[in-house]
Design a protein around this ligand. Structure first.
Ligand code: GCU
Length: 342
């Protein structure tokens, strides 16, 4: 099992939360004898992901409430995403939401969905992510790392946002220190775009922006409002460079211990998280744009994206050369791109 180092501070913080909820060991059970299902994520309670997970909680407790108690821990209460993935590997927590970006360091197959400009439109992205022949082999591949990917969640389109320098052209990115997610693909992308990649966990970005240790970051619109990044960064530029899904992952031991009947109910629950989160996404983005523009004073910029696309285009060939097994899935995505053009 591939394990990474969890910082002592975060581990202790996570354990304190788990202990406070009466659950310091693995596979916790509550005083009432119910088995606790702990789900961690790094978004606020306003975020569509939290709404989706609340729907999951209601559904599982309605169907299997005599056996399970679902508890959701938002806002990095259980640690950063990287740390939550490791807690899910060991079974200290049952599920967590992780960006696909981070999962590429647990299984290289996930690299595919992190490629810049992989999908031609949101429709192509959704159709591909809904296709078991696209996601199946990728989701299966983290079982060797002790967890199973059970569904995907929308995380919109990633765009650059900056404190002082509006990104109107590719040249504007040159030399800027931009926070990226901790993945080799994102570092390579920034190198090709001419910026200086600064990988860090999501929860540290606000402080780093505020201290001007960064010139900017990149994310969907909700980061401006929900995470306050729009308080510091006043230029949001629609480079639309990535559509990176979030993935709900479950501890493999837990998943394998479910009976066939329970598994069918959980599968229905995963579908409910996906649909509820997706249904809430569009309105959440609109509300975030409105608030960013009217309350935070963020300027939205619509650059010509062709030079950005051209700069990172070699990454597609590089990925196919490095991971030839992913070629059939890549081709299947191209068929969706042709069907649902930008
Ligand atoms: C998005 C995504 C998160 C991720 C974050 C990041 O908010 O939904 O899963 O952690 O981006 O940039 O780290």
């Amino acid at each position: 099992m591939l394990m990474k180092k969890i910082s002592r501070r975060s581990f202790l913080a996570a354990m304190a939360v788990l202990a406070a909820s009466g659950l310091s060991g693995c596979a916790g059970s509550a005083d009432n004898g119910l088995q606790i299902i702990r789900i961690g994520h790094n978004q606020s309670t306003n975020h569509p992901t939290h709404t989706g997970l609340l729907a999951f909680e209601s559904f599982i407790e309605e169907k299997l409430g005599d056996k399970y108690d679902v508890q959701i821990f938002p806002s990095e209460l259980l640690g950063s995403q990287n740390e939550m993935v490791q807690l899910t590997q060991t079974g200290a927590i049952t599920f967590c939401v992780a960006s696909n970006s981070l999962l590429e360091t647990f299984s290289q197959n996930y690299t595919l969905f992190n490629l810049p400009y992989l999908f031609s439109s949101a429709e192509a992205y959704h159709a591909a992510m809904d296709d078991p022949e696209v996601v199946g082999p990728i989701f299966e591949s983290t079982k060797q790392a002790g967890f199973e990917a059970v569904t995907w969640l929308d995380a919109g389109t990633r765009n650059f946002y900056t404190i002082k320098t509006p990104i109107n052209t590719l040249a504007d990115l040159k030399g800027l220190k931009i926070r990226v997610q901790q993945s080799p693909t994102n570092v390579r992308m920034m190198d090709l775009l001419g910026g200086s990649a600064t990988p860090m966990g999501f929860g540290d970005v606000y402080t780093a922006l505020q201290a001007q240790m960064l010139d900017g970051a990149e994310n969907n619109e909700l980061a401006l409002t929900d995470n306050g990044h729009g308080d510091v960064c006043k230029y949001y530029s629609y480079t639309m460079h990535q559509m990176i899904p979030d993935i709900l992952i479950g501890n493999l031991g837990f998943m394998e211990d479910l009976s066939a009947e329970e598994r069918a109910i959980f599968d229905e629950g995963f579908e409910i998280v996906n649909q509820t989160q997706r249904d809430a996404w569009g309105d959440a983005v609109e509300a975030a744009k409105d608030k960013a523009q009217n309350e935070q004073g963020v300027n939205f910029i619509y650059p010509d994206i062709t030079p950005f696309q051209e700069a990172v285009a070699p990454m597609h060939e590089e990925m196919l050369a490095q991971y030839p097994d992913l070629a059939p899935i890549y081709e299947r995505i191209q068929a969706y791109n042709a069907e649902y053009e930008a």
